[in-house]
Ligand binder design. Structure first.
Ligand code: CP3
Length: 352
């Protein structure tokens, strides 16, 4: 897409606060959204979900994915929508189908533990196997009608690798971490294949209408810093360098030790989790990056007064510019939506 097409797209948005904040432009107030805002907490989401066979039916039906993407915009008043999907659609498109098991989370029947297993996976054919995502994005863009920008996303290669090796969620991902030591060559080959698939996937999301993109490196925090550089940042770097059409956010959960190495990443925004300090973030990134985050998701279990005080405290620590207000990780499923509304209202009304 050329720069004029990009400008035109932004101009048709009624609320482009988050895009301006990402690009380091002046904003009249801090934009706010929540990671995992689509699904999880809203009764309206559960009502749609209850009529279906499962999570995947929702992800794979563009009309329904679009409907639940819009819910937090309508009900919570956030400044961005995030397309309802999952990071695990990429391993599936590469040849490893997943199931989402109630109470347990993701489960893969096949996993990668050897070179023979690796030979069975392939680069994702985005145009055919992930068309349901790009269709959901086009449809959602139409329905949004420029109210707020739409965020596209993918898992960072290391996090996707972790699920493909482990075959399920895990507290330690020790099978995935074992592979880095026992077969670094195979690890790099798989990470490269995931990276190539992800670049094509994110580009297709942008063509379909995503106004910005986020990479979720949910399992960043379990690697030692030298391995994080070698097996994760290298690949995040490739993705950031390949995508220049829209603003990019990198959220590496738990990777406080790698923030210094992320200063020169070719992205606009760095997500901070609640263990990372806004002051330290500013000191490291200066005016090179916008920061996103970083309220403790558990704060939303507190009483309203505490939520207001702590949200204001966070906002003051980041300052009024180059900040996108969010939690430090996804909102927890049993959070009261009324408490989320208190958080959002506090951000919108805050005077610095
Ligand atoms: O932000 C949004 O709300 C958009 C949709 C979205 C989902 N997953 C829907 C979902 C996004 C951005 C994700 C990202 C995702 N998925 C991540 C990275 C973010 C993070 O939280 O660290 C990860 C690690 C996954 C993998 C995954 N998907 C797990 C471990 C699980 C089970 C536990 C859980 O988080 O609920 C899922 C299932 C999932 N993905 C649900 C939703 C709404 C719940 C499924 C249901 O309704 O039954």
């Amino acid at each position: 897409m050329n720069i004029f097409a990009e400008e035109k797209k932004y101009k048709t948005l009624k609320n482009d606060l988050i895009l301006r904040a990402a690009k380091g432009e002046q904003v009249e107030r801090t934009p706010v959204w929540l990671m995992r805002q689509a699904g999880r907490i809203l009764p309206e989401y559960r009502a749609v979900r209850a009529k279906l066979s499962g999570f995947k039916e929702l992800v794979e039906t563009p009309e329904l994915a679009g409907e639940v993407t819009l819910q937090p915009v309508d009900i919570l008043g956030v400044d961005a929508a995030i397309i309802f999907s999952d990071i695990l659609v990429i391993p599936e498109a590469m040849g490893l189908p997943y199931e989402m098991i109630k109470g347990k989370g993701p489960w893969f029947e096949n996993r990668i533990r050897s070179e023979a297993d690796f030979k069975k996976v392939h680069k994702a054919d985005v145009g055919s196997d992930l068309k349901y995502v790009t269709d959901a994005i086009s449809l959602t863009k139409k329905e949004l009608n420029g109210r707020v920008p739409l965020i596209g996303f993918a898992g960072a290669p290391w996090t996707i690798f972790a699920y493909m090796i482990e075959g399920s969620g895990s507290k330690t991902f020790s099978e995935a971490r074992k592979m880095l030591y026992t077969n670094p060559k195979l690890s790099h080959q798989l990470l490269q294949l995931i990276t190539d698939s992800t670049i094509e996937y994110l580009k297709a999301q942008i063509v379909a209408g995503a106004d910005m993109i986020q990479l979720f490196d949910s399992w960043a925090g379990i690697l030692p810093s030298n391995q994080y550089k070698e097996f994760s940042l290298n690949y995040i770097n490739q993705i950031c360098d390949a995508i220049n059409e829209v603003p990019k956010t990198v959220f590496a959960k738990g990777a406080w030790f790698a923030l210094q190495d992320m200063v020169d990443l070719n992205c606009n925004t760095i997500g901070l989790d609640w263990n990372m300090s806004p002051e330290k973030g500013r000191e490291l990134f200066g005016d090179k990056k916008t920061l996103q985050g970083n309220l403790d998701p558990c704060l939303l279990y507190a009483d309203e007064e505490t939520i207001v005080t702590e949200t204001k405290n966070m906002l003051n620590r980041f300052g009024s510019q180059r900040h996108i207000a969010n939690l430090g990780h996804g909102v927890y499923p049993d959070t009261d939506p009324e408490k989320v509304k208190v958080f959002i209202k506090t951000v919108k009304e805050h005077q610095y």
